[in-house]
Design a protein around this ligand. Structure first.
Ligand code: PMT
Length: 405
């Protein structure tokens, strides 16, 4: 269950495409995340997939007919149009795009689309030539100009045997786009956020490295929350286990040296810098060109310190820029975090406890405190990374407000 989707009413419009069966997975994931999914199938969609599948998955009646539901206020089109938080049309056929662009209202879905003020997200799926056709492209341009949103299509082999753009984009990407649209708080619109995320791998030889257990979950949650609030997001990411949001610009790096180079190349353009990466403090001074061979003797490696990225950013920071760091410690967390806040001249540090099953590394939760200069630490207790990042950006927004920027 995610707080972004909890109790949100989402109309899932399914239209006539071979990809209609994939809408079952979308309905299932949205329901799992806590959304109230209202499935609506066009006549053509019902040639590919049965309404009963959606009813079983969502536990709600599937809407199929503009006239049938008049007796049922739950699915009456104007009532649904008013209470929906989002219209997600997936798959969106060339036909529904054309109808929506022209304002044609000849079935439940196209009629309700005209009546809603909720954000509308189309996930197109069709033959590549149909997608590339000037009529379809003109319809997409019209809908974009009117404020509709699009995710995908993906590229690849299509059901018709052709290759090109036209595949329904993967479900996680659709969910992510929906999650971004569901946020009402757009207090970072026009702001640029730069985040370091994940681990760094410091080579020992061509096959071995010194690394750590950062999964990238914290960086992903930060990037998603910043996108939800309307920011433009760039992530300098070391190796990680989870993918970053599709809508973020990602700069992939491996070592601390690569991470500092990418960060310093982009930080001047950022309004907010967040150092969430677990950067290796040391690297091997002379990594071997060839794989070390085992010969029974001890292997001594000389380690030299890596540059401190957060400190380097603070050294060149503009007065209005907000810099945020993280501290993950096994003991004396608050004392160490306080010291890092001062030493790295940060505006905010998020202290998270390492140890136990809710340990900061790799977990979905953290025991966290927020610390700002001159104020007592704010304890958040055990919190999901999703909730934590919401609190972090609330704090950042309040810092920005006090600076009147
Ligand atoms: O990726 P996850 O599995 O979700 O885990 C998230 C996390 C535990 C990695 C994250 O929440 C976290 O706490 N990151 C900081 C880890 C840490 O202990 O950092 P540090 O104490 O070594 O450094 C303090 C701060 O300076 C951090 O903001 C760090 O990014 C930054 N730093 C550190 C060293 C260095 N050479 N350059 C830096 O910028």
């Amino acid at each position: 269950m995610s707080i972004a989707f909890a109790d949100k009413q989402i109309v899932l419009g399914v239209t006539g495409s071979i990809a209609a069966y994939k809408a079952c997975e979308i309905a299932s994931r949205l329901t799992e995340e806590g959304a109230v999914v209202i499935p609506a199938l066009t006549r053509a969609a019902r040639e590919f997939v049965a309404p009963l599948s959606f009813e079983a998955i969502t536990g709600r009646p599937a809407i199929t007919d503009i006239f049938a539901p008049i007796a049922n206020p739950e699915i009456e089109h104007i009532a649904v149009a008013r209470r929906a938080h989002l219209f997600l049309i997936a798959p969106a056929s060339a036909n529904i795009l054309a109808k929506a662009a022209c304002g044609i209202a000849d079935d439940w879905l196209s009629t309700t689309l005209l009546a809603t003020h909720a954000p509308v997200l189309f996930a197109p799926a069709m033959n590549a030539a149909m997608y590339a056709h000037p009529a379809t492209q003109a319809n997409i341009a019209t809908l974009l100009a009117r404020g509709a949103h699009f995710v995908g299509p993906g590229e690849g082999r299509l059901a018709c045997g052709e290759t090109g753009p036209g595949r329904l984009i993967e479900t996680p990407v659709i969910l992510e786009a929906a999650c971004i649209l569901l946020s009402g708080k757009k207090d970072l619109a026009g702001r640029r956020v730069l985040i370091t995320s994940g681990a760094t791998h410091e080579p020992i030889d061509p096959v071995r490295f010194i690394g750590n257990r950062s999964s990238g979950k914290m960086g992903r949650a930060l990037a998603l929350e910043a996108l939800r609030r309307g920011a433009e997001v760039t992530v300098v990411s070391g190796p990680a286990r989870v993918p970053l949001p599709h809508a973020a610009k990602v700069l992939s790096v491996r070592t601390a040296q690569e991470m500092i180079e990418a960060t310093l190349a982009h930080v001047d353009a950022a309004d907010i810098f967040i150092a969430a990466a677990a950067v290796a403090d040391y690297r091997v001074e002379h990594p071997a060109d060839e794989k070390h061979k085992r010969n029974g003797d001890a292997l001594n490696l000389t380690l030299c310190p890596n540059p401190d990225i957060a400190a380097a950013v603070s050294a060149r920071k503009r007065p209005e820029q907000v810099t945020v760091g993280f501290a993950a410690e096994t003991h004396d967390l608050l004392a160490y975090a306080q010291r890092k806040l001062e030493k790295k001249k940060l505006d905010l540090i998020v202290a998270n406890q390492v140890g136990g099953e809710n340990c900061a590394f790799g977990a979905d939760t953290a025991w966290a405190w927020l610390i700002t200069p001159g104020a007592p630490p704010e304890q958040l207790h055990l919190i999901t990374k999703e909730e934590l990042t919401e609190r972090v950006f609330d704090k950042i927004a309040s810092i920005l407000r006090t600076r009147n920027t």
